[in-house]
Write a protein that binds this ligand. Sequence first.
Ligand code: GLY
Length: 382
Amino acid sequence: MIQDKQALAQRIHTALEFAGQQLRSLVTAHPDFFPMYTLNGKWKHDGEAWTNWCEGFLGGQLWLLFAYTGDSWWRDKAKHYSRLIEHRKTDDSVHDLGFLFWSTWKRWHEVAPEDFIHDTLVEAGRTAGSRFREKGQYLPSFVSAESLFIDIMMNVGIIFYAARESDDQTLWQNGTRHCHTTRRYLVRGDGSSAHEGIFDVESGEFLRWSTHQGWRGDSSWARGLTWALYGFGTAYRFTSDQRFLETAEACAAYYMENTAEHGVPPNDWSEPEPGQDYESSAAAIAASAFLQLAELMPDSARAGMYQSYAFRILDTLLQPGFLAIETPAWEGILKRGMYHERKGLGVNESVMWGEYFFLEALLDALRKLDERGARASARPSC
Ligand code: GLY
């Protein structure tokens, strides 16, 4: 329970100032570079990427810093980094165009709506939707046609947006179908989620669970669950389908029941002896997702519960064990994240999506604390 909201707001301001310093250093020292995870606290290294899904998170943070400060330096950099990824709007080789464009071009459109920005968003959403498979009724992951990832729930919003803006019923239905397939096969009765579902590509039959970044197919990879918690909330915002809200709440309940008091999960809740105690990026995503969920609640008691829980997570992440503010020469903002433990990528490091959702959650929390951050909404509108 956070007793002193004013003190929390002050710590958020301090963290946002620190984030500004770190980001200014990053884009100045390494112009036009899109980092993914740090290695020993440094963004620039030759580590493998596995897949390229993170190129929107730097521009997204720059847009968030502009929203926070109103300083045109951040807006100009944010536009620049958004433009650098424009060509990805036709990239149908990955499932991640929502991650790329919702965090950047959607924020840009909200700051200064123009037709070319709108059209870019619609094109990116249509590209993402073009991956839909009738057999199995899902958007496959970048890995293969047989693979459905829980992560893809974060990329359905831009498909709904494109479908609505281009009045495309089929695209809308395909987005809806993907959510129902994910809900049915990847979210379990106890609110936990599987990372990956494997389907028979000929018949569309669901075959089994699997994972890449979690412990086992039948386990519960923390970041995957937070993608579901956030993504189903967003799907509800677009569709008003009560089942998606119920799914987001089931995931929220699982998170709260299985995470220690401080609110930061390990990489996988089921793993008996995790290599690391914390996966801070999952906590940052969860904080933002809980704040979104709070806004979707019809009753103030539930809204208050989710908001308090988000504040609890942020209270932990703002401590110097997580916030890099007292770690000399560390280039990231939030320590103790995890990308891909099995591959040894970004283990106990800062990760770009962790930074992005942390800043989003901080701004949203400030808005809820009725502070200076209220100048702009933290989360793109649907
Ligand atoms: N591929 C998205 C993630 O690592 O969460």
